[in-house]
Structures are given as structure tokens and as C-alpha cells.
Design a protein around this ligand. Structure first.
Ligand code: LFR
Length: 473
């Protein structure tokens, strides 16, 4: 086995990238060949993704990735991951409108419609998911039924990109697990729930597992890209890919995949469908190789980035590194608020919402931008620390170390405070865990590396040394 390359398309809620990975025994190197913005658009009917624009950026990135390299390494495969739950409706290959953004408030209607027939406790027993108002089944219930009836398939975002690239309509399993329509016990579509929701089973394309080949690039796409490579299914839910690349070296580890969201949990061999898991708000999402991601969605750095966007819109010259330095300098206690309060989910004025939460709870609200930033970091660190230990309790893992991967691994204050509050070391990095997980699953399918998730994680640990934060008293 010699090193060869694969291309990962990794789409996040604020930006996307195409990364080429060189993989072989002892080798895991990446080159980012394209990075582009992913800015949602508000249309008359709500908040949408500009998916056609995003696809165009993906094509440009892949063109770059497929350009023959001077080392002569060919691209052995392409894999796509993105955020979960959202989908595009297609009929005869045509997209029926830009996909809705999961932060669009229309989902509230869907929750009400679904929960009158299927309360959350029943749903949890079937699909194992934390209640999140944007899970796909609620979004279907909020759709215009006429439009839903027109569609041949609802394809989750990475599956839609895969369909455009290859002409093959499939639903990748890890992402399918976030729809709420997959049974946690069998891993198959929940026919009964589909029937009761009035959803034609064929709306959901057949399942495909990470590592399986989706198909070859269509002739048109290959000619646009000036080259070709097969598309391989990866853990197309970004969090599933991120968890593949958490360099956990012992079974007593929790992980936090921290970017827009903080996904805090442990890995388990099978779903945990106990009342304790449900009451603590845990989800059982499907992982690569049939593992379960027992985790909780914590609101994440979204609150901070949305606050910064708001200040910038008001004309303040705020940049994140300077703001974080100022946040470090804040002396004394700051407000610790509940980051998971639903008021923080939609876009909007985060400082005003934090101040309102503080007023309602008799807590002194932050006043300066530095205090707001510090208060957000402290509140996130508190939620991360508590949730990591809770995940351990619910999942039967004695958490002795917490890995933080994703963009949040660069936030020193957040990593340090999480270690302090959790009372266990935090190992930070890799930042590009999602792309690495995507790359590793493709590389294994292409025969560039072999072995279990543990050996893939060993390769990450050998090549991407995490930064260690010891807890302070
Ligand atoms: C992270 C993520 C979460 C999912 C949320 C919405 O990017 O995929 O796992 O709950 O976005 O799709």
C-alpha cells in the first residue's frame, strides 16, 4: 500500500471546503484546495440554503482536486459530508426550490403536528433521537403537502450533491439516522411512522453505508471537472465523520465536535434507549462501522459568531481573536446562562437574548462586548463539561479525558475552561476532524489503509498531535 490521494467535500453551516488527503501507512496529510462561504438567504417563505451556488463552489473545488499533481498521485475517490437533517426535493432530476435551513422557524408547525400523534417519548423509543425541532420528520410535517407529493425523492444535502455528481439517488446511513424516520433498533426506515405521517416510502431513497461506492461521476460532470473518480459514501453527516477522526486511544474518552454546534458525547456499540438517556436529552445517531454516537447537541459557537455578526452589522470593527483576548482579561464572575435555551436557535440579536435570559433569572447581565464573549465561553464550557460527564453516566463510560475537535479546538479559553470545569484533561485537535474522517473512510474503502476505527484513530493520533489542557483547581 503506497500513499495516494482522495478528495473530501466538507460543507459546514457557514463555509465549505474541498480538501485533498494523502493517505498511506503512517501517512495522513491534507491540502485544502478550495474554501468558500455558505451564506443562507432569506426568501419570502423563509430561510434557505443557496444550494445551487454551493454546488457550483463544490465543482470548482473538485476541478482543482482532480488537476493532475506533479507527484503523479491520482485521486482515488471523492466523498461528501455536510450538516444533517436538511434536504432538497427532486422530481425527474429537477430541484423543487432551494432547501430550507434548519434554523427556519417553520419547523415549530411540524413539531406540533407530529407530537399530537406521536409524543416525544414514543418517537425516542423508535428513533433514539434527542428532541430537536428541526429533525427531518418535523420539517416534512411543515412542508406544503402539494410540493411534497410532487417529489420523487427528498435527498439530504450530501446525498443531493452525490446525486448531482453521479445521477445516483441514495440516503447515506449516518445522516439518515438524523431524520427521525430510521428505526434505532433495526437501522431501517420506519415503515409504520412513514405511513402514519403520510409519507410515501419511495420519498426516501435506498440506504447506502459509509465505504460503499455511490457511483462514477456522470459524463457531463467529468467533462466539466476535466477528470473523473468514483464517489464513495462516507459518514456523510459531518459529525459522524468528525467522530471517526477523534484520536481516542482509550475507552474512557468523551468527545466534543465543536463548531457551529457542540456535539458532546461518547461512542457506544449499540443504542441507549433508556428513560435516563431520553430525559437527559441524548441522541443515538448512527456512526461509521455501525457504532452509535450517543451525544447531545449543545448550542455551540453559533451564539458567539452570531453575536459577532450582529456587532459587525451595527458597524463595530470586531474581530474574533481580539475579542477573545479581551474576554480572557475580564476579571471577576460573569453570567453563566443556559446555552440550550431555544431562544438562541434562530438567527438574531444574541446579546439582547442573553441579557433577557439573565434578567429573567436574576443574574447580572454582561455589559461590554468582552463580557458577553466571556459569558458565552463560560456558559459553553459549563455545558460541555456537564454534558460530557452525563454522556459517560448514561452510556456507561467513566470519562477520564475529553477530546475537542473542530474549529473549537483553536479556542484556547474554551478548551482550558472545559478542562477546569470537567476536572479532567482536554485534548484539543485536530481542527479538520470532519474532513479527516471523510478522507479516512474513503481511503480505507480504496485500500490505501486497512483496519478498524481504532486503527484509523491511531493514524490520526500519530500524525496530528493534540494539544493538552490539564484541569486547574
Ligand atoms: C453539525 C450538525 C449537527 C446537527 C446540526 C444540524 O454541523 O450536523 O450534528 O444536529 O448540524 O444539521
Amino acid at each position: 500500500m503506497t500513499a495516494q490521494t482522495v478528495a473530501a467535500v466538507d460543507l459546514g453551516a457557514t463555509s465549505g471546503r474541498v480538501i485533498v488527503g494523502r493517505v498511506g501507512p503512517g501517512v495522513l496529510e491534507t491540502t485544502t484546495v478550495a474554501r468558500f462561504a455558505n451564506d443562507p438567504v432569506r426568501l419570502t417563505d423563509g430561510l434557505h440554503w443557496n444550494l445551487v451556488g454551493l454546488y457550483d463552489s463544490v465543482l470548482q473545488g473538485l476541478r482543482e482536486a482532480l488537476r493532475p499533481s506533479t507527484e503523479g498521485d491520482g485521486v482515488a475517490s471523492i466523498g461528501v459530508d455536510s450538516w444533517a437533517v436538511d434536504y432538497g426535493l427532486i422530481r425527474g432530476g429537477r430541484l423543487l426550490g432551494e432547501p430550507f435551513h434548519y434554523r427556519d422557524e417553520r419547523t415549530a408547525r411540524g413539531v406540533e403536528a407530529v407530537h399530537t400523534r406521536h409524543p416525544h417519548a414514543e418517537l425516542f423509543a423508535r428513533n433514539g433521537l434527542q428532541f430537536l425541532p428541526f429533525n427531518t420528520l418535523y420539517q416534512f410535517a411543515a412542508e406544503d403537502p402539494e410540493v411534497l407529493r410532487l417529489a420523487d425523492h427528498a435527498l439530504l444535502i450530501p446525498d443531493l450533491i452525490g446525486f448531482w455528481l453521479t445521477g445516483q439517488a441514495r440516503t447515506e446511513r449516518t445522516n439518515a439516522s438524523t431524520t427521525g424516520l430510521l428505526r434505532a433498533d433495526t437501522g431501517e426506515w420506519d415503515a409504520e411512522l412513514l405511513a402514519s405521517a403520510g409519507i410515501t416510502p419511495s420519498l426516501l431513497a435506498p440506504l447506502i453505508a459509509p465505504g460503499e461506492t455511490l457511483g462514477a461521476l456522470s459524463r457531463d460532470v467529468a467533462s466539466v471537472l476535466g477528470g473523473t473518480a468514483p464517489v464513495t459514501a462516507v459518514g456523510s453527516h459531518d459529525t459522524a465523520s468528525a467522530v471517526v477522526a477523534v484520536p481516542m486511544s482509550s475507552p474512557d474518552a468523551a468527545y466534543i465536535s465543536c463548531g457551529t454546534w457542540g456535539l458532546v458525547g461518547v461512542e457506544t456499540p449499540r443504542p441507549v434507549l433508556t428513560p435516563a438517556a431520553r430525559e437527559a436529552g441524548f441522541t443515538n445517531e448512527g456512526g461509521v462501522d455501525g457504532r452509535i454516537r450517543l451525544l447531545r447537541n449543545v448550542m455551540g459557537l453559533w451564539i458567539l459568531s452570531e453575536a459577532v455578526r450582529g456587532w459587525q452589522r451595527e458597524g463595530h470593527a470586531v474581530d474574533l481573536p481580539t475579542l477573545l483576548d479581551a474576554a480572557e482579561e475580564v476579571a471577576g464572575e460573569v453570567a453563566v446562562f443556559d446555552v440550550d435555551d431555544p431562544r438562541f436557535l434562530p438567527p438574531g440579536d444574541m446579546p439582547a437574548r442573553i441579557a433577557a435570559w439573565c434578567n429573567e433569572h436574576g443574574v447580572a447581565a454582561p455589559r461590554t462586548r468582552a463580557e458577553f464573549a466571556r459569558s458565552i465561553i463560560e456558559s459553553l464550557a459549563r455545558a460541555f463539561a456537564d454534558t460530557a460527564h452525563e454522556a459517560g453516566r448514561v452510556g456507561g463510560v467513566d470519562v477520564k479525558v475529553i477530546h475537542i475537535v473542530g474549529g473549537g479546538a483553536l479556542n484556547e479559553l474554551l478548551c482550558r475552561r472545559t478542562a477546569d470545569l470537567a476536572g479532567v484533561p482536554v485534548l484539543a485537535g485536530p481542527v479538520e476532524a470532519t474532513a479527516l474522517g471523510n478522507i479516512l473512510v474513503q481511503a480505507r474503502a480504496a485500500g490505501l489503509v486497512a483496519g478498524s476505527l481504532e486503527s484509523l484513530r491511531d493514524l490520526v493520533a500519530q500524525t496530528h498531535h493534540p494539544r493538552r489542557y490539564e484541569p486547574r483547581a
